[in-house]
Design a protein around this ligand. Structure first.
Ligand SMILES: NC(=O)C1=CN([C@@H]2O[C@H](COP(=O)(O)OP(=O)(O)OC[C@H]3O[C@@H](n4cnc5c(N)ncnc54)[C@H](OP(=O)(O)O)[C@@H]3O)[C@@H](O)[C@H]2O)C=CC1
Ligand SMILES: Nc1nc(=O)c2c([nH]1)NC[C@@H]1CN(c3ccc(C(=O)N[C@@H](CCC(=O)O)C(=O)O)cc3)C=[N+]21
Length: 353
C-alpha cells in the first residue's frame, strides 16, 4: 500500500494532467496526516475514475501523438492540384462543384466560403447558389435540377442544416446520385451499409477520419471502435465505414446508458456529439486513439472573434492517456474539406477518364 501511495505522490507531482482513482485518493489521504514529504501539485477538483485504471498506465504516462489534420489535408490537396492539372491537360476540363446555401447562418456561410476557397486553390471550379431563408422547396429543387443537368458541374452539395420549413430528406433525394459528393443521398448511404455494394461517394467527414487513422498508422481491422453520435452526416456513416474496415463498432448516443463504460472499452474513439468536453480523460482506455469531430464555438473574450472552437473531447485530459489524438481545430475539419475535393475530383474522373 505504501508503494502505491508513493507512486501516486510521484505521479501527482510530476504530471499536471494526472487524475487519481478514489482508492488512490484514499491511500494518499491516509499518509497525508503526517507532514507531506514532497510538495504536492494536485488538481483542485478531484475527478475520480469509476474503475481503477490498469497500474501500468499509472506508472508510466502514455505519450500522445497529435495527429495533424492540417498537414495531412495539405498533402492531399497538393496531390489534387496535380491531378486537376493533368485532367486539364488531357481533356481541357476541370472538375466543378456546385454549392447550395439557404439562409444566412453565419457558420454555414463560413464553411461554404472555406469549401469554395479550397476549390479555387486546387483548380476546381465552384459555383454558389445562395437562396433566401424563406425560399420554397420548389425553388431549391429547380436549382438542384439545373445543377444536375449542367455538364460542367460534377459535384452538388446542399449545405446543412436547412431552415426548419424545408424537408431535408426530400431535398437531398433530388441530388443526382453521380454528383452526390457529400454522400448524403439515401442510395449512397444504403450502399455504404450493405455488404457487396459500393457507394459512389462516402461522406466527407467519416472518410476524412478513416484517412487520418490510416495515415497515422492505426490498424482498424479487429479493433473495438466507439462512435459517439449517430447523425446522418457524421455518426451513422462513420459507424458504417468503420464496419467496412472490419472494426467492431459500438454506437453511443443521447439515450445510451453509461457511455463512459462503453467508451473505455474502445481502441478507437470517434467523438461526434457536438457537446464540448463530453469525453473526459477517464472515459478513455489508456492507449486509445481519439478522433475528435466535435466543433463547438465557446465564448472566449480573449480570442479575436470572442469565441474559440472546442472539441467533444477534453483535450488536456486525453493527453497522457490516448496514444494519439486529433486537435480541434486542425484535426478532422481540414480533412472534411480535403475529402470533398477528392470526391469532386473522382466524380469528374468518372466522366472524363
Ligand atoms: N469537423 C468536421 O468536419 C465536422 C464537424 N462536425 C461537428 O460534429 C459535431 C456533431 O455534428 P452532427 O453529427 O451534425 O450533430 P447532430 O446534432 O446532428 O448529432 C449529434 C449526435 O450526438 C448524439 N448526442 C448528443 N448528446 C449526446 C450525449 N450527451 N452523449 C452521447 N451522444 C450524444 C446525438 O444523439 P441522438 O441521436 O440520440 O440525438 C446525435 O446522434 C458538431 O460539433 C459539429 O459541429 C460536423 C460535421 C463535420
Ligand atoms: N452538406 C454539408 N456537408 C458538410 O460537410 C457539412 C455541412 N453540410 N454542414 C456543417 C458541417 C460542418 N462541417 C465542417 C467542415 C469543415 C470544418 C473545418 O474546416 N473546421 C476547421 C476550423 C474552421 C474555423 O476555424 O472556423 C478545423 O476544425 O480546423 C468544420 C466543420 C461540414 N459540414
Amino acid at each position: 500500500m505504501l508503494l502505491m501511495a508513493r507512486k501516486a505522490l510521484a505521479s501527482a507531482h510530476s504530471s499536471k494532467a494526472i487524475r487519481l482513482t478514489t482508492r488512490e485518493v484514499h491511500y494518499l489521504s491516509s499518509i497525508l496526516v503526517s507532514p507531506p514529504l514532497v510538495s504536492l501539485d494536485l488538481p483542485e477538483n478531484w475527478i475520480p475514475y469509476s474503475d481503477p485504471p490498469p497500474l501500468a498506465s499509472f506508472e508510466t504516462e502514455q505519450k500522445t501523438v497529435v495527429i495533424d489534420g492540417k498537414v495531412i489535408a495539405e498533402e492531399i490537396r497538393t496531390k489534387i492540384i496535380s491531378e486537376v492539372g493533368k485532367m486539364k491537360m488531357a481533356v481541357g476540363k476541370v472538375p466543378g462543384l456546385a454549392v447550395v446555401l439557404v439562409g444566412q447562418q453565419r457558420d454555414s456561410q463560413t464553411y461554404v466560403r472555406n469549401k469554395m476557397k479550397a476549390c479555387e486553390e486546387t483548380g476546381i471550379k465552384s459555383v454558389l447558389a445562395e437562396l433566401p431563408e424563406d425560399c420554397s422547396e420548389g425553388h431549391i429543387i429547380s436549382v438542384l435540377k439545373e445543377f444536375n443537368e449542367d455538364t460542367s458541374i460534377h459535384g452538388v452539395l446542399v449545405q446543412l442544416p436547412l431552415p426548419q420549413h424545408l424537408d431535408e430528406s426530400k431535398i437531398l433525394n433530388m441530388v443526382r446520385l453521380e454528383k452526390d459528393v457529400d454522400g448524403f443521398h439515401p442510395l449512397n448511404m444504403g450502399n455504404l451499409a450493405m455488404r457487396g455494394r459500393e457507394p459512389l461517394f462516402v461522406s466527407c467527414t467519416p472518410k476524412g477520419c478513416v484517412e487520418l487513422l490510416i495515415r497515422a498508422g492505426v490498424e482498424i481491422a479487429g479493433k473495438n471502435a466507439v462512435v459517439i453520435g449517430r447523425s446522418n452526416i457524421v455518426g451513422l456513416p462513420m459507424s458504417l465505414l468503420l464496419q467496412r474496415h472490419d472494426a467492431t463498432v459500438s454506437t453511443v448516443h443521447a439515450f445510451t446508458k453509461d457511455p463512459e463504460h462503453i467508451t473505455r472499452k474502445a481502441d478507437i474513439v470517434i467523438a461526434a456529439a457536438g457537446i464540448p468536453n463530453l469525453v473526459r480523460g477517464s472515459w478513455l482506455k489508456p492507449g486509445a486513439v481519439v478522433i475528435d469531430v466535435g466543433t463547438c464555438p465557446v465564448e472566449d473574450s480573449s480570442c479575436e472573434f470572442g469565441y474559440r472552437l472546442v472539441g467533444d473531447v477534453c483535450y488536456e485530459e486525453a493527453l497522457g492517456v490516448a496514444s494519439a489524438i486529433t486537435p480541434v481545430p486542425g484535426g478532422v475539419g481540414p480533412m472534411t474539406i480535403a475529402m470533398l475535393l477528392c470526391n469532386t475530383l473522382d466524380a469528374a474522373k468518372r466522366i472524363f477518364l
